[in-house]
Design a protein around this ligand. Structure first.
Ligand SMILES: NC(=O)c1ccc[n+]([C@@H]2O[C@H](COP(=O)([O-])OP(=O)(O)OC[C@H]3O[C@@H](n4cnc5c(N)ncnc54)[C@H](O)[C@@H]3O)[C@@H](O)[C@H]2O)c1
Length: 265
């Protein structure tokens, strides 16, 4: 079934669009008629994503950027506005993730995690908001995580993401009067390359995680992208400031526990 053209004419910027969830959102946005600016740190991933979108007939361009670097962000976001005319939607998706526990976390790792995962989103928002405020319209999606809602490891990453959840509320409330919507999407486990190190250590990891997911599986990039694409469209024009959980039921309860409690396990 062909997707609706409900993003036709919109310019959508996605950070960390070279692979995984960001790349899936980029493809989906393009299929729905958007012009897509892909922002990414790794040249190889950026080029391969842009080439894939262009081969699909999508108006897509790549911008090699470290989102933790303010001058790179400002330069490339100004270039995106020049290339496409404006920025209608921003998806703050790039992150780094290191699964160290608190005592094993060096100050350097802590600072780097916050710089990319939290500060990078702040910088991207700062570079994008003035144009949205001028046009009295814009949509910003911040990628959160279930780790910001409950302790599931990855300590510095979880703290950075909790900041992202707060940042959404700040933007939604402060700039709602300017026509800007801001929303947090909160995924559970999604099988992407971000998991590769953990898969190498434990090849059965996604199988082992299944019992925690009431719907019986971990997620896919498409599971998250479908929600993001709806939130980017004008079909969600009265939605702002909220957190949308896409987690196969994970946060609804402690799935392996209830049968033990009832004695049926
Ligand atoms: N995969 C999961 O289980 C999961 C769960 C919850 C939330 N999320 C969130 O979803 C989003 C995407 O996750 P993913 O699994 O696709 O990750 P991923 O690691 O596959 O992709 C992240 C992308 O961001 C890029 N990136 C990293 N640092 C950057 C920087 N400084 N500047 C620009 N780009 C940079 C990477 O090169 C990569 O292409 C993230 O925000 C993540 O926190 C993922």
């Amino acid at each position: 079934m062909k997707p609706e053209q409900d993003l036709a004419g919109k310019v959508v910027v996605i950070t960390g669009a070279g692979r995984g969830i960001g790349r899936q959102i980029a493809k989906g946005a393009g299929e729905r008629g958007a012009m897509v600016a892909l922002v990414e740190l790794i040249r190889e991933n950026l080029d391969s994503a842009v080439n894939e979108l262009v081969a699909m007939g999508i108006d897509a361009r790549g911008y090699l950027t470290d989102i933790s670097n303010e001058s790179e962000i400002n330069k490339n976001f100004a270039l995106i506005e020049k290339d496409f005319g404006q920025i209608d939607c921003l998806v703050n998706n790039a992150m780094i993730h290191d699964p160290e526990d608190l005592l094993a976390t060096s100050l350097e790792l802590w600072n780097r995690t916050l710089a990319v995962t939290l500060t990078g989103s702040f910088l991207a928002i700062k570079a994008t908001l003035p144009g949205m405020i001028r046009r009295k319209k814009g949509c910003i999606i911040n990628m959160g995580t279930v780790n910001a809602k409950a302790m599931i490891g990855s300590d510095s990453y979880s703290v950075a993401k909790a900041g992202i959840h707060a940042l959404t509320r700040t933007v939604a409330v402060r700039y709602g009067g300017d026509g800007v919507r801001c929303i947090t999407v909160v995924p559970g486990t999604i099988a992407t390359d971000a998991w590769q190190e953990r898969v190498d250590r434990n090849p059965q990891i996604f199988e082992k995680l299944k019992p925690w997911y009431p719907l019986g599986r971990v997620g896919t990039p498409t599971d998250v992208a479908e929600l993001v694409l709806f939130l980017l469209s004008d079909r969600s024009q009265w939605i702002s400031g909220s957190e949308f959980v896409v987690d196969g039921g994970l946060l609804a309860g402690y799935a392996p526990m209830f049968k033990m409690v009832e004695g049926s396990d």
